[in-house]
Design a protein around this ligand. Structure first.
Ligand code: HXC
Length: 257
């Protein structure tokens, strides 16, 4: 089950993708991105999995795209290879995704975290886009995600300067969800994942679709989608179970159907 650059684990209903290129601080070469996205899709289709967790190790989540692999690229090699197209598939994952970030989340590593729904950061985590110092720029959604999260002015400042953002700053600007001590990042991410894994999967899925629509669509359209999704939730066993459990004053047991 394990690939060359990731380890794949399962704990209860949580599927875990652990990056496994420690000598290069999990710098994302193209094979590694293929492996990560392939596994995300596989977990997304796996009925046993309800939440997906991405993590590196204590030194780094990921220190960016692999500079060695990229440095000889030309506009044409990039155009034909289209290496960032596969990143769009991350946004098609329907289950909740959580990034547990220790150490560096830079460049493509930060973009990978930003593709996740929730981000837990260690107190000493560093988030940033150093691309400007390499004479390039973010290419896997960084300018879009960061601007949506913190607004144009602050996003420009961070991406132009290329300095790392502390976990405290990232939290302050709404870029990450929570900060914990470095040794507790995994535990906190698992706690959150397990909590989500007990919610009705259909609700999580329909909520995710509606919340993301708020970023791309006018409110009028987003509200239409929300309404349809609300109606759709009433097709599920879990809606009957959730409301029945409330009436019977017990905890619901959601089946994901
Ligand atoms: C290739 C990398 C790498 C990267 C680190 N390494 N980041 N290799 N690509 N992005 C390698 C180093 O070359 C080194 O290999 C080993 O990992 C350990 O790194 P050190 O630099 O020795 O560690 P340290 O001194 O602790 O510094 C850590 C660091 C630094 C601050 C994170 O490694 C760094 O600045 N890395 C580059 C960060 C960056 O610019 N990221 C953006 C990339 S562009 P050796 O063999 O020497 O031991 C990008 C574009 C995104 O991401 C486009 C969309 C995907």
């Amino acid at each position: 089950m394990n690939k060359e650059f990731i380890k794949v684990l399962q704990e209860g209903k949580v599927g875990i993708i652990q990056f496994n290129r420690p000598k290069a601080l999990h710098a994302l070469n193209r094979q590694m991105v293929d492996e990560i996205v392939g596994q995300l899709k596989s977990f997304d289709q796996d009925d046993r999995i309800r939440v997906i967790l991405l993590m590196g190790d204590e030194r780094a989540f990921a220190a960016g795209a692999d500079i060695d692999e990229m440095m000889d690229d030309t506009p044409l090699t990039l155009e034909f290879l289209d290496p960032f197209a596969i990143w769009d598939e991350i946004s098609n994952v329907k289950k909740p995704t959580i990034a547990a970030v220790n150490g560096f989340a830079l460049g493509g590593g930060f973009e990978l975290a930003l593709h996740c729904d929730l981000i837990i950061g260690a107190e000493n985590a560093q988030f940033g886009f150093p691309e400007v110092k390499l004479g390039v720029m973010p290419g896997a959604g960084g300018t879009q995600f960061l601007t949506k999260a913190m607004g144009r002015r602050k996003a420009l400042e961070w991406i132009w300067l290329g300095e790392p953002m502390s976990a405290q700053e990232a939290l302050h600007y709404g870029v990450i969800n929570r900060i914990v001590a470095p040794e507790l990042v995994e535990e906190e991410a698992m706690r959150l994942a397990n909590q989500l894994a007990e919610q009705a999967p259909i609700s999580l899925r329909l909520i995710k679709e509606a919340v993301y629509a708020a970023e791309d669509q006018p409110v009028r359209e987003g509200k239409k989608l929300e309404r349809k999704n609300f109606y759709l939730s009433f097709a599920s066993h879990d809606q009957k179970e959730g409301m029945q459990a409330f009436k019977e004053k017990r905890l619901p047991s959601f089946k994901g159907v």
